[in-house]
Ligand binder design. Structure first.
Ligand code: KG4
Ligand code: ZN
Length: 332
């Protein structure tokens, strides 16, 4: 069974082709990051136009890498939501057209389910149930995934997502968009104890997140530092990264306890963060938990993860015979 997955929910045009063993046969990704950088964020209308331009070449490139003709694909999967309306419409229309033209079934999937599925690419034998920490630019959630792929939201952010906190605080520090990877790079040489930044909602067992206070805290600290801030950018980045990761680690530990789970995955763009990855590995060692960290290239938005999510549904028979998958996601 070969699935072709399409992703266009935000600013990456992605296509991935995955077989039933979660082997990647072909992939292609066009990032619009450079296009949006000058606006300091994703402009939905600009993103939709770029998807329209790139979707056909991106899908062709994935098929070429897989050395497959389009009609060798068995199922077309695509991101149905959540995401930006214009960009989603481009992927949806393309997937629908492809499905009609090739007479192949169509699966519309949740983008977050796709992020979680990036773990199967690293560990094709990963068993359900598991606990997932999903950390991206738009989401920060602890989700329990049941034996039958039931999604139970345990906690989420009340305001900014973890990636958003990296990006917005990085912007305050004068870094480009998206600032997350740059904050992480600078943090490597900084002092983690330089600043004590707020760790919100830290009553034991509280699985909700709040990162919006970091912007004000970072702004105040910069003001206090005055001209000397230019000598301390890596220190502020290291302190910021530590504050965010400390919270993610504590809450993941509490969630593991709450659902008595011994399998853990971390997914989403922020899962590419080295410091988070090493702290998660340390947590998993201490707690005796099986940890799956997706390859960094599959942490950010991509089409491969959508194809993997579709394969999991096919494997479990969780695909309504009537066609598109619309049910089963409790956290929409
Ligand atoms: O999953 P993703 O590509 O898009 C969304 O669905 O949001 O995540 C993008 C987010 C951005 O906020 C970006 O700054 C952040 O992931 N990010 C990182 C790192 N790489 C990407 N944040 C911290 N450290 C990184 N290494
Ligand atoms: Zn995403």
């Amino acid at each position: 069974m070969i699935v072709l997955g399409i992703e266009t929910s935000c600013d990456e045009t992605g296509c991935g082709i995955v077989d039933e063993n979660y082997r990647v046969l072909g992939q292609s990704l066009y990032s619009q990051v450079a296009t949006h950088a000058r606006f300091g964020g994703v402009v939905p209308e600009v993103a939709a136009r770029a998807h329209l331009e790139k979707i056909d070449p991106v899908v062709r490139a994935a098929l070429e890498e897989a050395q497959l003709a389009a009609d060798a694909v068995d199922v077309i999967a695509y991101t149905r939501g959540p995401g930006l309306m214009g960009p989603l419409l481009v992927g949806t229309s393309f997937a629908q057209g492809l499905s009609k033209a090739l007479n192949k079934p169509l699966m519309g999937l949740n983008h977050l389910e796709g992020h979680l599925a990036s773990a199967y690419l690293t560990d094709p034998n990963l068993k359900l149930p598991f606990l997932a920490l999903l950390v991206s630019g738009g989401h920060t959630e602890l989700v329990h995934v049941g034996e039958g792929l039931e999604f139970r939201l345990l906690g989420q952010t009340r305001d900014d997502a973890a990636g958003e906190a990296f990006d917005k605080c990085g912007k305050i520090l004068g870094l480009g968009y998206p600032a997350g990877p740059e904050v992480a790079r600078l943090a490597e040489t900084g002092r983690r104890d330089f600043l004590t930044l707020p760790h919100a909602l830290m009553e034991r067992g509280n699985l909700e997140f709040s990162f919006s206070g970091l912007k004000t805290a970072v702004t105040r600290e910069i003001e206090k530092l005055g001209a000397s801030i230019s000598d301390h950018i890596p220190d502020v980045c290291a302190s910021l990264e530590t504050a965010i990761v400390d919270v993610l680690i504590s809450k993941t530990r509490w969630a593991l306890e709450a659902c008595d789970e011994n399998r853990l995955i971390v997914a989403g763009g922020v899962a590419a963060n080295n410091y988070l990855r090493s702290r998660m590995a340390e947590l998993a060692r201490k707690e005796g938990v099986h940890l799956v960290l997706p390859e960094k290239k599959f942490c950010g938005d991509n089409g491969v993860m959508m194809a993997a999510a579709a394969q999991k549904r096919l494997e479990l028979g969780k695909w309504p015979a009537s066609g598109a998958v619309t049910a089963g996601l409790s956290w929409e």
